[in-house]
Design a protein around this ligand. Structure first.
Ligand code: PLP
Length: 429
C-alpha cells in the first residue's frame, strides 16, 4: 500500500515525518489531515510543465477551500478558479491575487458579479446568453468593462461518473457548441464586455488524455471560426478534471493515470502543433492538486455482524465524506497502526448517520479491533469541502502537516455553533 507522502514505517502510517496516530492524540477524530509537501509536489508538477510555455494554472477552489490550502497555492504563484462570491472572499483572505482569478459557474448572482468586478478579477467564464446580458448591465452600472471568456460545452464524453461529467450536451454547463459562434458575436457587440477567450471543462476524475485532445480539437477549430469573423481571442481555458489515485499505487485496480507533467506537456504540444502557440492555455486543476494530499482519520466504535455481513462502525460518516454515498466512490481504507497476528476479514465500513447510504467502504479486508484508527485515503478533494452537519454532527477538524510540524487549520465545530443562528417562536400561549 502506498500513497505519496503517506507511508507505513514499522507498522505505523505516517504523513511526511509524523505518525498519524500522534495527530489523533492531539486533535481527536474524525480528523482531516493534509500534507503541505504533497500539495507543493502536485502544484510543482503543473508549474514545471508550464514553465516557459504560454500557460497558467488556476486552482479550482471548490475542491478544497481551506484558507491554509489556498495560501500554500497562492505562495507558489497559483491563480484561482472560483464559483461563488464566497470563494472570492476566501481567496482574498488567503492572500491570493484577484487579477489571477477566473470566475466560473452557471448561476452567478448580481452581487457576486459586482464584487468580482470591484476586485478587478482576471476573467468571467460566462455560461449563457442571459448571463452575458446581466453581466453587461452590471458592468455598465459600475462603469467598468468585464473581461470574459465563453464557457462552451464541447459535447465530449469524458468517460467518468455521470454526476461528474460536465461536457455533454445534456449537462447544464456552458453554451452549446453549435450556439457558441452566435454567442461570441452577441458578446462582442455588448459595450461593457471584452471577450478575450473561450473556456470548457469536460468533467472530473478523468484518467486519460484522449478526451482532452478531443476537446482541444473542437475548441481550437471554434476559435479559428470566431477569429475569422474578426474577434481576437487570447486564451483557451481547458478546465480541470485530471484524476487521482483512489486505489493505492501498485494495486491491480489502481487508476492508469498520466503523470501531471506529461499530461500538461501533451496538451501544450498539441496546441502548438495546431498552430496556436500564441494562445495562452489555462488549466483549472482541483482534484489533481489536493486529492492525494489528504486523508480522513476515523476511529472504530464497534464491530458487529448481521447474518453474514460484518460492519466496522466508525465515528466518521457521510456528512464528513459524502463521495461514497453520492457517487459510490471508492476510497482506499487502511489501518493507522497495523496489527500483527490477526487475520483480515471483510467489513463494510459505515458511519453512525441514519441512512443506508452512510458507508465509506464496502467489503474491505481489515485486521482490526474496536478502538482502532482507520485512514480513508484520497480525501483531500471534494471531501471536507462537501461535508455537512446532517444529524447535527459538528464538522471535523482539519490539520496541515509541514515536515515535523502539524498545524490546526480549522477547529472542530461545536454542537452549540450548529444551532447558534436558530430561534424558537416567541411564546404567546
Ligand atoms: C470543478 C471544476 C474544476 C476542477 O475540476 P477537478 O476535477 O477538481 O480538477 C475546474 N473548472 C471548473 C469550471 C469546475 O467546475
Amino acid at each position: 500500500m502506498s500513497f505519496h507522502f503517506f507511508h507505513v514505517i514499522n507498522g505505523h502510517l505516517n504523513v511526511e515525518d509524523i505518525p498519524l496516530a500522534v495527530l489523533v492524540e492531539r486533535f481527536g477524530t474524525p480528523l482531516y489531515v493534509y500534507s503541505r509537501a504533497a500539495l507543493t509536489h502536485a502544484y510543482q508538477a503543473y508549474a514545471r510543465a508550464c514553465a516557459g510555455r504560454n500557460a497558467r494554472i488556476h486552482y479550482a477552489v471548490k475542491a478544497n477551500s481551506n484558507l491554509a490550502v489556498l495560501n500554500v497555492f497562492a505562495r507558489l504563484g497559483a491563480g484561482f478558479d472560483i464559483v461563488s462570491g464566497g470563494e472570492l472572499a476566501r481567496v482574498h483572505a488567503a492572500g491570493g491575487r484577484a487579477d489571477q482569478i477566473v470566475f466560473s459557474g452557471v448561476g452567478k448572482q448580481k452581487d457576486e458579479m459586482r464584487a468580482a468586478l470591484r476586485a478587478n478579477m482576471c476573467c468571467f467564464n460566462v455560461e449563457s446568453i442571459p448571463e452575458l446580458h446581466r453581466l453587461n448591465e452590471i458592468a455598465a452600472e459600475t462603469g467598468m468593462c468585464a473581461r470574459i471568456a465563453l464557457r462552451v460545452n464541447p459535447d465530449i464524453d469524458a468517460r467518468t461518473h455521470p454526476y461528474i461529467a460536465t461536457g455533454l450536451k445534456t449537462d447544464k454547463f456552458g453554451i452549446a457548441f453549435d450556439n457558441a459562434r452566435a454567442a461570441a458575436h452577441t458578446a462582442a457587440a455588448l459595450s461593457h464586455l471584452n471577450l478575450v477567450g473561450l473556456a470548457c471543462h469536460i468533467g472530473s476524475q478523468i484518467t486519460t488524455t484522449a478526451p482532452y485532445l478531443e476537446a482541444l480539437d473542437k475548441m481550437l477549430a471554434l476559435i479559428d471560426t470566431i477569429e475569422a469573423a474578426g474577434v481576437a481571442l487570447s486564451h483557451l481555458d481547458i478546465g480541470g478534471g485530471l484524476g487521482i489515485h483512489y486505489h493505492a499505487e501498485g494495486d491491480a485496480d489502481a487508476e492508469p493515470l498520466p503523470e501531471i507533467g506529461a499530461f500538461v506537456s501533451t496538451l501544450l504540444d498539441y496546441v502548438e502543433q495546431r498552430g496556436h502557440a500564441q494562445r495562452t492555455l489555462l488549466f483549472e486543476p482541483g482534484r489533481s492538486l489536493v486529492g492525494n494530499a489528504g486523508v480522513l482519520l476515523t476511529r472504530i466504535e464497534y464491530l458487529k455482524q448481521n447474518g453474514e455481513k460484518r460492519f466496522a462502525i466508525v465515528d466518521a460518516a457521510m456528512n464528513d465524506l459524502a463521495r461514497p454515498a453520492m457517487y459510490r466512490a471508492y476510497h482506499e481504507i487502511t489501518p493507522v497502526v497495523q496489527r500483527d497476528g490477526l487475520t483480515p476479514v471483510l467489513y463494510d465500513v459505515v458511519g453512525p448517520v441514519c441512512e443506508s447510504s452512510d458507508w465509506l467502504g464496502r467489503n474491505r479486508p481489515l485486521a482490526v479491533q474496536p478502538g482502532d484508527l482507520l485512514a480513508v485515503h484520497g480525501a483531500g478533494a471534494y471531501s471536507f469541502a462537501m461535508s455537512s452537519n446532517y444529524n447535527t454532527r459538528p464538522r471535523a477538524a482539519e490539520v496541515m502537516v509541514d515536515g515535523t510540524q502539524a498545524y490546526l487549520i480549522r477547529e472542530r465545530e461545536t454542537v452549540k455553533q450548529l444551532f447558534a443562528g436558530e430561534a424558537c417562536l416567541p411564546i404567546k400561549n
